[in-house]
Write a protein that binds this ligand. Structure first.
Ligand code: HEM
Length: 432
């Protein structure tokens, strides 16, 4: 395809849709997506500074859904699954011997191997099995809310509740002892909070991109070392957690190789907490801004599932994933060439007015609410039932124990194009 055939984004708007800092303030970003959906729902994005490979940005819900479900035409594996610097991709290839992915995991596999890996833990993440965890999760929620109440009437909800709680849950299901959790938190923040200097806690602010990539690779190595030890333990003494399932799994009669096994632990550990944190904090922000709604749901808990679902749409914590066209194809009348890189932008899709009335409004009664925040198709979030359950239980405890909640300062979003959400949410709470 020639360059003339491609509707291409002007350099200023290209900068707006690929810069981490622009994802720290959604309103102008959503204005841009609204315009793109109207004018060029599929648009070619070239980084004005040539630091990233070019790609198609998809901003309509309908197109994002179609691409997500067509796993034969739109592959995960060939280029990185998240939007990356060219240097980062080259660095990953040099470390892995050719793969653009530092970590091999469910999100980087395609058929037929993807389903074989996914099946290993799919049952484990189903509601029937998760019910057996409810008691333990409720205990964690109780302890977390204890800490919030103890901190006094004013506290940062992110630091005390929405960040640590999903991390505890995910570490518990992986069988990681509590004393190792701070290390896991730091490692996942280095891997996924890399674009926000306050979140990665490693002074990355002034580092050049290559150095950041190397730091991320270092975090992956540390993770691998940690989980190698855990695997040995889970093989010697299997328990009923996810880590035991992975450590003792077999595919076509063979145990998983080290890289794939580590990738499995890492995807569960990493995918499971920042995402749920962001939706939890978003739900709390929406409720703090609407005290009457807090009072209403305290009285009528049947409203809670709607609040949880709307929070997940409204926050869309996974802001994008990438796909690569396996063959020449067409979406929304636009030709896409074999090998082209495509961004499914969940923020844009979940704010498409053709699918959601008043998409920027938090509407707990939204029905239907067929959002794309968990993706769709073969890669749809493996942990979606767990995420919903965790949030539901935490809010049950919060609603039982907190009578009033209001904002006590300016909430702040993380600077990140991938997993993003609130990193600070100052609240004043009144205990019931
Ligand atoms: C995949 C979102 C929580 C584990 C995904 C995808 C999205 C997503 C958008 C990719 C879907 C696609 O490509 O079509 C979210 C959101 C969450 C959340 C918004 C919370 C609100 C969790 C939790 C876990 C988890 C709690 C597990 C502990 C995974 C895994 C995958 C995945 C393993 C890869 C699945 C595959 O490629 O087959 N998630 N997630 N996620 N998520 Fe989640």
């Amino acid at each position: 395809m020639t360059a003339q055939d491609r509707p291409t984004l002007d350099p200023r708007t290209a900068y707006d849709v690929i810069s981490a800092e622009k994802y720290a303030d959604w309103d102008p970003l959503l204005d841009t997506f609204d315009r793109l959906r109207e004018e060029t729902p599929l648009v070619w994005v070239e980084d004005p500074e040539h630091r990233h490979p070019p790609f198609w940005l998809v901003s309509r819900y309908e197109d994002a859904m179609r691409i997500s479900k067509d796993n034969a035409t739109f592959l995960n594996n060939p280029q990185t699954v998240v939007f990356s610097l060219t240097e980062g991709i080259e660095f990953a290839k040099s470390v892995t011997g050719g793969s653009p992915h530092l970590v091999a995991s469910l999100v980087t596999f395609d058929a037929p191997i993807h389903m074989k890996y996914r099946k290993l833990t799919q049952e484990w993440f189903m509601p029937k099995n998760l019910r057996t965890l409810e008691h333990d999760i409720r205990e964690l929620a109780d302890k977390t809310v204890d800490r919030l109440i103890k901190a006094g009437p004013q506290a940062d909800f992110c630091k005390l509740v929405s960040q640590p709680y999903p991390l505890h849950v995910v570490m518990q299901i992986l069988g990681v002892p509590e004393e190792d959790e701070p290390r896991m938190l730091l490692l996942t923040q280095q891997m996924f909070g890399g674009q926000d200097e306050e979140l990665n806690q490693s002074g990355m602010k002034d580092l050049p991109p290559e150095a950041i990539t190397q730091l991320v690779a270092g975090a992956v190595k540390d993770f691998e070392a940690y989980f190698a030890k855990l695997t040995a333990e889970k093989r010697a003494n299997p328990t009923d957690d996810v880590a035991s399932t992975i450590a003792n799994a077999r595919i076509d009669g063979e145990p998983l190789n080290d890289r794939d096994m580590m990738g499995y632990y890492i995807i569960v550990a990493a995918a499971g907490h920042d995402t749920t944190s962001a939706s939890t904090a978003g739900a709390m922000l929406a409720l703090a801004q609407d005290p009457e709604q807090w009072a209403r749901v305290r009285e009528d808990r049947s409203l809670l599932p709607g609040i949880v679902e709307e929070a997940i749409r409204w926050t869309s914590p996974v802001q994008h994933f990438m796909r690569t066209a396996a063959e020449d194809t067409e979406i929304a009348g636009q030709k896409i060439a074999k090998g082209d890189w495509v961004m499914i932008n969940y923020v844009a899709a979940n704010h498409d007015p053709a699918q959601f009335d008043e998409p920027r409004k938090f509407d707990a009664g939204r029905s239907p609410n067929r959002h794309l925040a968990f993706g769709a198709g073969a890669h749809q979030c493996l942990g979606l039932h767990l995420a919903r359950l965790e949030m539901k239980i935490l809010f049950e405890v919060l609603l039982d124990r907190i009578e009033t909640v209001e904002l006590a300062g300016e909430p702040k979003r993380a600077k990140s194009t991938f997993v993003g959400g609130l990193k600070t949410l100052p609240l004043r709470v009144g205990v019931a």
